[in-house]
Design a binder for this molecule. Structure first.
Ligand SMILES: [Zn+2]
Length: 161
C-alpha cells in the first residue's frame, strides 16, 4: 500500500485531448460553463451536486484497484496534477479519511457520501490528486481505458481490453 513510485503520475502540464478524440470528448453539459470554468473543463460532481471537481481534460485512463480501501469505495481513479484541478465544495462540506500511516486522505461529500477524490498528505510530497471518475457523466469516460491495479498485493496493473 506504500508503493509511491508505482503510482501513475499525472502529466505536469495541461494536455488537451488529441484532435482525433475531440468528437467523443465534449465537455460536460452541466451548467459549469455558466459558472466561469475554462472552456475545456470537465466536472466530476457528487450525487447531491455540492462537490464539484473541475479538471482540464477527460481522463484517458482510469484505475480500478483491489486494495482494502478502493475495493470498498468502488472508485475509478483518474490522476491529475494537483494544480490543474479545481475542487469546489461548501465550507465544511467534505469529510476525509486516512488510516495507519496516513499516506493518503480520501474525501467524500458530507451530504450524499459520494467519494470524490484522494490526496497525498503533504509530507509525502506528491503533486498528484486522484479524482473518482465515477462522478463524471458517463460520456466523459467513453474513451477511457480501465486499468486493473493489484494494489492488494503486487502493485502491478494491466488494462482491461
Ligand atoms: Zn454530495
Amino acid at each position: 500500500m506504500t508503493g509511491k513510485r508505482t503510482v501513475p503520475r499525472a502529466p505536469r502540464r495541461v494536455v488537451r485531448p488529441r484532435t482525433s478524440d475531440a468528437p467523443k470528448l465534449r465537455r460536460s453539459r452541466s451548467s459549469e460553463a455558466a459558472k466561469g470554468s475554462a472552456p475545456s473543463t470537465f466536472s466530476a460532481v457528487c450525487h447531491c451536486g455540492r462537490v464539484r471537481i473541475h479538471v482540464p481534460r477527460a481522463p484517458r485512463t482510469v484505475t480500478s484497484c483491489n486494495c482494502s480501501i478502493c475495493r470498498r469505495y468502488g472508485a475509478l481513479w483518474a490522476y491529475y496534477a494537483t494544480g490543474s484541478v479545481q475542487i469546489q465544495a461548501p465550507r465544511g462540506g467534505l469529510s476525509s479519511y486516512s488510516w495507519r500511516r496516513r499516506i493518503r486522505a480520501y474525501f467524500r461529500c458530507k451530504t450524499c457520501g459520494s467519494v470524490t477524490h484522494y490526496k497525498y498528505r503533504k509530507k509525502w510530497g506528491s503533486g498528484t490528486v486522484a479524482i473518482n471518475a465515477t462522478n463524471f457523466e458517463p460520456h466523459v469516460l467513453q474513451a477511457a481505458r480501465i486499468r486493473k491495479l493489484d494494489g492488494a498485493s503486487t502493485w502491478t496493473w494491466k488494462y482491461l481490453a
